[in-house]
Write a protein that binds this ligand. Sequence first.
Ligand SMILES: [Zn+2]
Length: 172
Amino acid sequence: MASNSAHHATGWAAGLIAAALVAQVGAAGPWHLGSVAAFVAAVAGGTAPDWMEVAWWSRGRRLWITHRTATHWGLGWIAALVFAYGSLHHSKPYTAAVFGFACGGVMHLLADWPNPLGVPWIWKRHSLNWWKSGRCDLLVVALAWGAACWIASPLWVARVERLAQWLHTVVR
Ligand SMILES: [Zn+2]
């Protein structure tokens, strides 16, 4: 796997992406609670494929699911993501959280993908085989944050434009 800290760092980026997308479809709701829920859930989802395979209730914390099998199943995460995105506009409180969680999960798989062990996107594990686990974490994190800034930027641009308009009316 990519190192745990890399998964945390990309999970936060996934949180920003999820929060921005929730806001963009207008599903943030009162006090932006939907965006907040999506953000928190995405941070949890960013490490979920790894902690879901650990039997945390057992003493030895053994793996009860073989590493990088069921919990790293790409199709499942992507289906959850698409389904949750589609139901966002019903703006039930939990849809934003489910969407965020799936965002984090997909981000996790993307971060795992370039390692030799690979990710079972559909059935068999596939690896991009770009580098060994833990190498190039910085690049992975930078890419994740680049994507996050790119997706969130329309929101900032709109804010700044509104601020500029407001200033203009005040100054006049
Ligand atoms: Zn993993």
